[in-house]
Design a protein around this ligand. Sequence first.
Ligand code: SF4
Length: 391
Amino acid sequence: MPAATSAVSGSVSDNSALSALYGLDEPAIAATLKDLDVGEKQLRMRTAQLWNWTYVRGARDFSQMSNISKDLRNRFATRLTLNRPEIVSEQISNDGTRKWLLRFPLRPGEKTPAEAETVYIPEESRGTLCLSSQVGCTLNCTFCHTGTQKLVRNLTSAEIVGQILVARDRLNDWRSAGKAPEQRLITNIVMMGMGEPLYNFDEVKCALLIASHGEGLSISKRRITLSTSGVVPLIESVGSEIGVRLAISLHGVTDEVRDILVPINRKYPIADLMNACRNYPGLSNAKRITFEYVMLKGINDSPADARGLVALLKGIPSKINLIPFNPWPGSPYACSDWESIERFSDIVAQAGYASPVRAPRGRDIMAACGQLKSDSERLKAKDRLALQSDV
Ligand code: SF4
């Protein structure tokens, strides 16, 4: 069956005076309700009702909220919206992988709306949603298609949570659609789409705490993985403030190679990165760190590289994901041949590491690892630097 592409009409938040309700944490919702003259005694109950309608029942309009008076619903609608990001296109791969290109409402000062991609990967025992944290990326990892798109801007928590809501809508994956928790299609989240999540820490943290809230979207923190290219100073905070699983986009075992493949390595070299991993809060055999390793022909795929990887990870409870390189137009690398991948995998397996070779998913719709990119316009260099200046 050929891959399918379709334009899907989604709803756009067309009134920039309205804030998306999703993306607000509970205190922020309560503060908004207080501004709308909801009495102190009702704040907790009304916040819980909004939370339930938004994240458990997937409401798209305040008019659906039948246990809230019409007058109050109208008041909510003067400040808040449940409109989703617009779906510009939906592509469905031969293997069932889905990719959505989403367009976000214009923000102050923007001339064109920002766009980013979200991918859903169904597997036998789980369904993983891969979320973007930025439009474009500053980090220029040389094997990554997103890295060729200059950073446009960080996504807000609402724009990150909005990706989950759109996916649940399109997959009809809400409890109100009769789905019991064990029948849900989206079981796992990975922050591995466009962008470096730790260059957008506060918004990503807010979004993931909303996603994992037990009375809402309810995706367990054990099933959420944040992947970083190695922003060492913030790794500890991922464990202590968000509490999700960590993945490291490693791809090289010497500074010489990693400096080229993942240029942030020049700022935070491998020794510092491994040190941060050793100290990751809650690290144990039950909560291992995933190391992602893209297999590039003649670059990082020799038996010596495999032995180097084993030596590097000594003492760190780890999983290794070997990723056959997914080509994109103009990419300077080729995928390792299968023999090299197997030889590499055998060496790390013999050293006692689980090292599944990740089957490429959604290649035909450019949805595979490292292939995401949108056409959003870039920020000026000085604005990009300002965005990164905190780290
Ligand atoms: S791998 Fe991640 S951090 Fe590196 S360029 Fe791609 S999106 Fe950015």
